[in-house]
Design a protein around this ligand. Sequence first.
Ligand code: DC
Length: 222
Amino acid sequence: MSIAIALDGPAGAGKSSIAKRAAKALDYIYIDTGALYRTIGLAASRRGVEPVPSAAVDEMLAQISVDLTFNEKGEQIVLLDGEDVSGLIRTPEASMMASKISAIPSVRAYLLDLQRGMAKTHNVIMDGRDIGTVVLPDAQVKIFLTASPEARAGRRYKELIEKGMDVKYEDILQDVITRDYNDSHRETAPLKPAEGCVMVDTTELDFEQSVEKIISVIKENI
Ligand code: DC
């Protein structure tokens, strides 16, 4: 039987970089489910479909294909109708679109099988918002990773500046606060700690300490 680690928490808590490193150390596959919501957001932007529950969204879902694959380095590639959109989904606009589109129940239902299918066939660390609560409630280990909004905004700011993007810290902080609110107040699968999860707060931890902490929590619980 494959092993599943559910890793949930708010935007910018460092889930993806920490989980990638932990997955490598443990020889698991890292799955970033946010990329799937971002990809649906991109599809909607391209088609001019509003990110609200509607027949137009459902029609779009019936027409598009979203797939996950991995490159030779083991990095996740997300495909929209066969096109690699992994880079295109990383802008602040795509983040906001993903946050809105992910509140739509039919969008969440659409992505459920894809996520569960990955966990059936591989040992995974799956990163998202509802992995421990909805997608993989039977995961062997459930972790809720968080940090203060200011710490999370600061990290995201640094990341985007390093990529050469022209962004302001105050805007990023406001985005983090808005997305936290959207993600935890939506009706379907809101962001909340799963029953029986281990809470890990990285506000005072640096990257290496966070990785160590996650690996030790996983080892203690499998
Ligand atoms: O992790 P991220 O920032 O790439 O996620 C983008 C958006 O998708 C975020 O606003 C919340 C949403 N999301 C979700 O609702 N459920 C998941 N399992 C993963 C992400």
